[in-house]
Design a protein around this ligand. Structure first.
Ligand code: NAD
Ligand code: DAU
Length: 353
């Protein structure tokens, strides 16, 4: 039995899919169902006893204590977070609530449970914290990629809240001996990705005939990883990672935003040509830049490769092909999440440049 948090969201729901395709071990999924939580992502497990869904907040100590007592998990994996940088610029409060205070409360609930376990179960227990490369800040064009030793220098409220949570997790190991693991991953993409983030936003806007907004000059670099590879990395770290260690996870796949958007347009031109025969790239619109926009992220993933033998299975070409096809095959999923309301502030902030 494992307890996972935030698994109605993008990466967490993919994790449940990947996990249950490979194991029979039950997953108890604690999720608050914020705007980002979507039970459609888990519809495949409605009748599956191996997935138990509980609506609730990671900060609710009484609820978490009750779940730990009831299910006696061998591990807790924390995916729950506010995850969108633009939202954190507009309203940082919720990011502090969930990512910092929520993680603190979760750690305290888990520590109380773990302290009472038998020596054998105590030793085998793991708390795995899912984090981001944004804690390291931004890189210059020729700087080496982030290693696990790179100093923290978070720039957005989101990044700062995740960096805080990483520090709490580290301290709970150092001070109390809680057997923690932290993963710091680069940008994910794939099925069930909420269309406020670049790749699903571009696919859904392109198909709807809307502008494809590029912040600033579009030369910012991200290191893209297909979500299933991230999920397999998390599983690898859970089973073989050394307590107290952090592991960087990335795809060795740096691309500018403009390259990413042009690649998506090219795939759509082939798979679902526009009725007027023109390219989807004609919909590209340069808009004002994101305040404090990090220029480049890149992950040095050699530690997890060397120590745990994990490597991504997908290239960007294979991953983006599956992703574009998934969105073409699931128009109803997109329609269900695209009320448009979540873009109101974004549209005001990022008026045309
Ligand atoms: P998401 O926004 O798609 O999903 C977050 C989930 O957490 C949602 O289901 C939401 O309902 C739930 N949630 C939010 N607050 C909660 C609370 N207080 N209690 C319980 N549940 C709560 O996020 P995602 O993109 O799937 O990211 C998952 C994790 O991975 C986050 O910790 C994020 O920082 C990290 N991460 C994301 C990426 C990426 O590219 N998306 C990359 C690296 C790391
Ligand atoms: O690096 C890991 C991080 O990746 C995760 O920790 C975050 O949870 C996740 O949201 C993601 O953060 P980014 O800010 O990199 O992702 P986003 O999809 O918002 O933006 C990717 C890049 O595209 C970034 O440089 C901003 C740019 N962008 C984004 C949007 C939404 C645009 O140019 N236009 C847009 O409309």
């Amino acid at each position: 039995m494992i307890l996972v948090t935030g698994c109605a969201g993008f990466i967490g729901s993919n994790f449940v899919h990947t996990w249950l395709s490979r194991h029979d071990e039950t997953v108890v999924n604690l999720d608050k169902l914020t705007y980002a939580g979507n039970l459609d992502n888990l519809a495949a497990f409605k009748q599956d006893a191996r997935h138990v869904f509980v609506r609730g907040d990671i900060a609710d100590r009484a609820l978490v204590a009750q779940l730990l007592e009831q299910y006696q998990p061998r591990a807790v994996l924390n995916f729950a977070a506010e995850s969108h940088v633009d939202r954190s610029i507009h309203g940082p409060g919720e990011f502090i609530e969930t990512n910092v205070t929520g993680t603190f409360n979760l750690l305290e609930s888990v520590r109380a449970y773990w302290s009472d376990l038998s020596a054998q179960h105590k030793q085998a227990f793991r708390f795995l914290h899912v984090s981001t490369d944004e804690v390291y800040g931004t890189l210059g064009a020729t700087d080496p990629a982030f290693t696990e030793d790179h100093p923290f220098a978070p720039n957005s409220p989101y990044a700062a809240s995740k960096a805080s949570s990483d520090h709490l997790v580290r301290a709970w190991h150092h001070t109390y001996g809680l057997p923690v693991l932290t993963t710091n991953c680069s940008n994910n993409y794939g099925p069930y990705h909420f269309p406020e983030k670049l790749i699903p936003l571009i696919i859904s806007n392109a198909l709807a005939g809307r502008p494809l907004p590029i912040y600033g000059d579009g030369q910012q670099v991200r290191d893209w990883l297909f979500v299933e590879d991230h999920c397999l990395a998390i599983e690898t770290v859970l089973e073989a990672g050394r307590p107290g260690e952090t592991y960087n996870v990335g795809g060795w796949n740096e691309m500018t935003n403009l390259e990413v958007v042009n690649t998506i347009c090219a795939r759509l031109n082939t798979l679902r040509p526009r009725e007027d025969g023109k390219s989807y790239a004609d919909q590209i619109t340069f808009v004002k830049d994101r305040p404090g926009h990090d220029r480049r992220y890149a992950i040095d993933a050699r530690k997890i490769e060397r120590e745990l033998g994990w490597k991504p299975q997908n290239t960007f070409e294979t991953g983006i092909e599956k992703t574009v096809q998934w969105y073409l095959d699931h128009p109803q999923w997109v329609a269900n999440v695209t009320s448009g309301a979540y873009r109101l502030w974004v549209d005001q902030q990022y008026g045309q440049s």
